[in-house]
Design a protein. Structure first.
Length: 283
């Protein structure tokens, strides 16, 4: 029996006891086991329900119990008109509701209308709110404000050609929202090759990527560690490999950036990646 099923049975037992006794209880108290005078004064038809609840309560782990205890306060939090949250030491305040043209107030985050513990726990374990595990809807509580939800989509030929397209698309925006399309051999984990089933597809309808150096060239001139830079990729099978390429590209870029900022080396990012390339320009 998983934790959500345990919580659902606990909810049913607790509601049955409350039905017979009429005891008013807070949400936190309802998760505690029955003890003392509650047990000794219980009628014969109620005592087995209490004992079953106590036995089953031991199977609910502390993390699940904590998620259930937080539920009432979480609902109150997402019903407030404004909310405050912290990102990288900066305290931000956002309006929780947006108003439509019909003057309807629409919440930015809508919680399910669950009361029973089973559904609540299953939702919190599998989906949950933004910025909470398992992060199915993002790592921040709310979307960035004051920024157009633009995606800069490109992918054609080799990495340098697509890089030029990215810079063209993003030249007027302080936020770089790069969306990458790959050619058909790349998602299948195939390197460029003269094989008949690959040759005609290399760089066609997407960028061809085979090495970490290709990824470096693809995103050259963009600060991959800047909070205003985000990169999405249309990829499937080799996604872990492409993601590892991306992380390595960001690390290498940062290692080059530090001595350049300190004036210890004087070379452009383009010349670093493309020696004797004639001073590649990102403008």
């Amino acid at each position: 029996m998983d934790q959500a099923e345990v919580a659902a049975e606990l909810w049913a037992l607790r509601k049955a006891v409350a039905h017979f006794t009429g005891w008013p209880e807070t949400h936190d108290a309802a998760l505690e086991t029955f003890a003392g005078e509650q047990m000794t004064s219980a009628q014969d038809h109620i005592l087995p329900l209490m004992e079953a609840f106590n036995a089953l309560r031991e199977r609910l782990d502390e993390r699940s119990a904590s998620l259930l205890r937080e539920w009432p306060s979480l609902r109150r939090h997402y019903r407030a008109d404004t909310n405050r949250y912290e990102v990288r030491g900066l305290m931000l305040e956002v309006e929780y509701y947006d108003e439509t043209l019909a003057h309807l107030r629409v919440p930015k985050v809508a919680l399910p209308a669950y009361d029973d513990w089973g559904n609540v726990l299953r939702w919190r374990l599998l989906e949950n709110v933004p910025a909470a595990f398992p992060f199915t809807v993002g790592v921040f509580p709310y979307r960035r404000q004051g920024e157009d939800p633009t995606r800069m989509f490109a992918g054609e030929g080799g990495p340098w050609r697509t890089n030029k397209r990215f810079h063209l698309l993003s030249r007027h925006s302080p936020a770089k929202r790069l969306s990458t399309a790959f050619d058909s051999p790349t998602p299948y984990g195939q390197d460029p090759d003269r094989r008949p089933d690959i040759w005609g597809k290399v760089g066609n309808s997407g960028v061809s990527i085979a090495t970490v150096e290709d990824i470096e060239a693809l995103y050259a001139g963009f600060d991959l560690t800047d909070p205003r830079t985000s990169v999405s990729m249309t990829i499937n099978g080799p996604a872990p490999t492409i993601l590892a390429f991306y992380f390595h590209a960001a690390v290498r870029q940062s290692l080059r950036k530090h001595p350049r900022d300190e004036g210890r080396i004087e070379i452009s990012e383009g010349d670093c990646l493309q020696p004797d390339g004639g001073g590649y320009s990102f403008s």
